[in-house]
Design a protein around this ligand. Structure first.
Ligand code: JAE
Length: 248
């Protein structure tokens, strides 16, 4: 997979050089290019924003630099191919594991994290005439820009690429990953020592009885989901019901 990111804060994407994504890049599983939007400005102040038409607070990111940046990014990619444009925005569709899976299946993604009040709408509209565009939100809170959303999405997507996660098992027990625990949050985990500051590990985990352990883990996951994400319980119940129906 090729990933391009266009941003006015290239240094914000430094974490893509380390850990899981950094290792995937070093192994050639991921080809990441970070571009400074100001490389497509020509005034002495390298201006990327201006006041909003119609008035109102804040500034809007000008269309010209973005248009030229996307032209250049597409020009640098595989001949005849276009990326999927991923536009991080609070007004986008929710970023979910399902959407991460969908995007992990694309060969080329270009992320356009914005600052200020956002990007002139004509940039997205013009891009949509020549490439798939998906506007994505990582949640309902106020951020200064979309770069942190890119870090979230790239990590969630990269770990789904073949060979990136060493232990394939790691996918199975993820929260929200498909399978028996789908839609349930992860339960508590423990490792050595068996006692730490007077706190012991639940006996069932030391029992060696894998059936009991699996049941206990499902119970713990359900309890945690009920407490923290009751909205997911209904989805899980339907999924379990649907699975029984299909197996009947
Ligand atoms: N403030 C905010 C919230 C969510 C989000 N997702 C992508 S960019 C963004 C910005």
């Amino acid at each position: 997979m090729r990933i391009d990111v266009v941003t006015i804060f290239p240094e914000y994407l430094e974490p893509l050089n380390i850990s899981l994504v950094g290792k995937a890049r070093a192994r050639g599983q991921l080809d990441v290019h970070v571009h400074d939007l100001r490389d497509w400005t020509y005034d002495v102040h390298r201006t990327v924003d201006d006041s909003p038409y119609g008035g109102g607070p804040g500034m809007v990111m000008k269309p010209e630099p973005w248009g030229e940046a996307l032209d250049a990014v597409i020009g640098k990619g595989p001949a005849g191919e276009v990326p999927t444009l991923v536009v991080p925005t609070p007004s986008g569709r929710p970023f979910t594991q399902e959407l991460a899976q969908e995007l992990a299946g694309r060969p080329w993604l270009t992320f356009t994290p914005a600052r200020y009040e956002g990007i002139d709408r004509r940039v997205i509209e013009e891009a949509a005439t020549r490439m798939p565009v998906v506007e994505v939100s990582i949640g309902d809170y106020v951020l200064a820009g979309g770069e942190v959303a890119v870090l979230v999405m790239v990590e969630a997507i990269a770990r789904l690429l073949p060979g990136v996660l060493g232990n394939a098992e790691s996918h199975r027990d993820d929260s929200f990953a498909p399978g028996a625990m789908a839609d349930l949050l992860e339960g508590p985990v423990y490792t050595k020592p068996a006692e730490w500051r007077g706190r012991t590990v639940p006996d069932v985990l030391l029992s060696g009885n894998h059936g009991r352990i699996a049941r206990w883990r499902r119970e713990q996951a359900f309890a945690r989901t009920l407490a923290n994400r009751p909205d997911l319980v209904a989805r899980w119940q339907y999924g379990a019901f649907d699975k029984k129906e299909r197996e009947a």
